[in-house]
Design a protein around this ligand. Structure first.
Ligand code: A2P
Length: 280
């Protein structure tokens, strides 16, 4: 089956020259069955980056969805992540091979350390393991997820610069310290829960005002905010209409005032996951 004409998604270039779509489909908390349907539909309408993880327990469904879509594997950028039990050089290789088997693929485009788990104190070895599977050709790029400034600095001090850091980031949680540090090393930031976790963000007056001004949905305004900052948002949606809306954020621009208004929503959130204490 050939893929129908679909909007082309812009790409960004990682520090090793690999290109990555500028927006991607999140898949948590889809089941295998849900992921198969959602991924197949998303790829058919033009999505080109799919984000999964060992911990989501849906890699089998994601792989099935890719094959069901009819889109050529080479056109899809597949990301997965591994849990803390694999934080060693040999463990990362095993984790990678296990993910590839579940996905039914012979390489992934991006493999991430899911959480730093500093209590375990083995994330440096995990990143060393990532560079081994990169050298072995099992992955095209490597990265970390939920790494804070102290975790990144420890990697940098060892000369380890992953290509990506995927973090919780949205206008209420701007993460300026992490984003600025990553930028100094050419790391790309991906945003999980880009539209805010509890939905409150989509009702913020600054978001609603921009939505009215542009004739867009609040989610489109927030996703556009990520894109304009150079961050790669990973909105999850199983709904065909919202999947289409979330992709349609490359044909309009926020004004400087609108962007500043969204920037101004940043505030402390005591309920936010702290990757110094939470992780799996
Ligand atoms: P649905 O799959 O029904 O679209 P998170 O980013 O924390 O994973 O949350 C994603 C949530 O946001 C899901 O419940 C998803 O529901 C919903 N969602 C995704 N896209 C949109 C959108 N454009 N507008 C409103 N809600 C959305």
């Amino acid at each position: 089956m050939s893929s129908p004409a679909s909007p082309s998604v812009p790409s960004i270039t990682l520090a090793n020259g690999v290109t990555m779509p500028a927006i991607g489909l999140g898949t948590w908390p889809m089941t295998d069955g849900e992921a198969e349907v959602a991924v197949a539909h998303a790829l058919r309408i033009g999505w080109r980056l799919v984000d999964t993880a060992e911990n989501y327990a849906n890699e089998v469904g994601v792989g099935r969805g890719i094959r069901a879509s009819g889109v050529d594997r080479s056109e899809v950028f597949v990301t997965t992540k591994f849990n803390k039990k694999w934080h060693s050089v040999d463990g990362v290789r095993q984790a990678c091979e296990a993910s590839l088997a579940r996905l039914g693929l012979d390489y992934v485009d991006l493999l991430l350390v899911h959480w730093p788990n500093p209590d375990q104190d083995r994330y440096v070895e995990a990143v060393e393991g990532l560079f081994r599977v990169l050298d072995a050709g099992l992955v095209r790029a490597v990265g970390v997820s939920n790494f804070k400034v102290a975790h990144l600095e420890r990697l940098f001090a060892r000369g380890l610069v992953p290509h990506v850091n995927q973090i919780q980031l949205d206008p209420l949680h701007r993460r300026d310290d992490v984003a600025a540090l990553a930028k100094t090393k050419g790391m790309v930031i991906e945003s999980w829960s880009p539209s805010g976790r509890a939905g409150a963000l989509l009702g913020e007056p600054a978001v609603l005002a921009a939505a009215v001004a542009h004739g867009r949905t609040p989610a489109q305004i927030v996703l556009r905010w990520h894109v304009e900052h150079g961050w790669v948002p990973l909105p999850k949606s199983s709904d065909p209409t919202r999947q289409a809306q979330n992709l349609a954020v490359f044909d309009f621009a926020l004004t400087a005032a609108e962007r500043a208004a969204l920037d101004g929503l940043d505030r402390p959130d005591p309920a936010m996951y702290d990757s110094d204490v939470f992780g799996h």
